[in-house]
Design a protein around this ligand. Structure first.
Ligand code: NAD
Length: 249
C-alpha cells in the first residue's frame, strides 16, 4: 500500500516540470491520474493525457468531466498550469497582464469550478494549488508574476474557508526556483547559460535549485488523506529561501 489507492486525480499543466513530477508521483503512490495540458502529447502511461486550455472555460469543463467519467470520479485536483513574466509595472502592457492573470489565476478558478461538483462526492477531496515564494517575497523584476501568485495565495485561503464544511481541503505549495524546463528555457536564453546557472545556484541558500520531485512530494502530501486536518496552508519548498535570513557571503 502506498497511500493513494482508489483515489482519482487531475493535474493541470501536468505535461512538464512540477506538474509531470506530481502526476507521476500520484500514480506511483496508487492514484489514477489524468493530466490536463495544452500539449499532452508526451505524457507517459499510465497517466491519462487530456488536451485542455485552462484559459478556455468550455475546454476545462469538458476535460474535467471527461477525466471524472473515465476515472470514476475525482478526489484530487492539482491546479498547477502557470506561465511566467518578467519586468516592472512599467514593462508589461495591459494585455500581458490579462494573459498571465488569465492562465495563473483564472485558470485555477475555472478548473476548481468545474471540479467542485465532483469533489463534493468524494470522501477525501483535496485541491492543491501551485503558488510560489513570489507571492510574498517582494522579488525584483517580477511585478506581474508576483501579483498573479499573490492572488493564488489569497484564492487558496478563501477557497479553504468556503469549502471546509463540504469536506474539500484547499492548500498550496510555494516552490522556490525549481529546476524545470521553464527555468531551463530562461537559462538557455542567457548569453552564457552555464555561468547563469552557476550564479543562480550560488544565490540559493542550499547552493542548488529545488527539484521538481521535491515539490511533487509536498503536493502529494497535501493531497493525501495523511493531511486530512490540513487546509488553508502554504507549504514552502524553497531550500530555505523565504525563512532563512542568511548574511550575504
Ligand atoms: P513548465 O513550463 O515546465 O510546465 C508548465 C506546464 O503548464 C506545461 O506543460 C504547459 O504546457 C502547461 N500550460 C501552460 N499554459 C497552459 C494552459 N493555458 N492550459 C493548460 N496547460 C498549460 O513549468 P514549471 O516550472 O513546471 O511550473 C509549473 C508551476 O509551478 C507554475 O504554476 C509555476 O508558476 C509554478 N512555479 C514554478 C517555479 C519554478 O522555478 N519552476 C517556481 C515557483 C512556482
Amino acid at each position: 500500500m502506498s497511500g493513494l489507492e482508489g483515489l482519482r486525480a487531475i493535474v493541470t499543466g501536468g505535461a512538464s516540470g512540477i506538474g509531470l513530477a506530481t502526476a507521476r508521483l500520484l500514480a506511483e503512490r496508487g492514484a489514477a491520474v489524468a493530466v490536463l495540458d495544452l500539449d499532452p502529447s508526451g505524457v507517459p502511461a499510465p497517466l491519462l493525457a487530456l488536451k485542455a486550455d485552462v484559459c478556455d472555460d468550455a475546454s476545462v469543463r469538458a476535460a474535467v468531466d471527461d477525466a471524472a467519467d473515465r476515472l470514476g470520479g475525482l478526489d484530487i485536483v492539482v491546479n498547477n498550469a502557470g506561465i511566467g513574466a518578467q519586468g516592472t509595472v512599467e514593462d508589461n502592457p495591459d494585455d500581458e497582464w490579462r494573459r498571465v492573470l488569465d492562465v495563473n489565476v483564472l485558470g485555477m478558478v475555472r478548473t476548481a469550478r468545474a471540479a467542485l461538483p465532483h469533489l463534493r462526492r468524494s470522501a477525501h477531496a483535496a485541491i492543491v494549488n501551485t503558488c510560489s515564494i513570489a507571492a510574498t517575497a517582494g522579488l525584483p523584476q517580477r511585478a506581474l508574476y508576483s501579483a498573479s501568485k499573490g492572488a493564488v495565495l489569497s484564492l487558496t485561503l478563501a477557497m479553504a474557508a468556503d469549502h471546509v464544511r463540504e469536506g474539500v481541503r484547499v492548500n498550496c505549495v510555494n516552490p522556490g526556483t525549481a529546476d524545470t524546463p521553464w527555468v531551463g528555457r530562461l537559462l538557455d536564453a542567457a548569453d552564457d547559460p552555464e555561468a547563469e546557472r552557476a550564479a543562480l545556484n550560488a544565490r540559493q541558500p542550499m547552493g542548488r535549485l529545488v527539484t521538481a520531485d521535491e515539490v511533487a512530494e509536498a503536493v502529494v502530501y497535501l493531497a493525501s488523506p495523511a493531511a486530512a486536518s490540513v487546509t488553508g496552508t502554504a507549504l514552502a519548498v524553497d531550500g530555505g529561501m523565504q525563512g532563512l535570513r542568511l548574511r550575504p557571503a
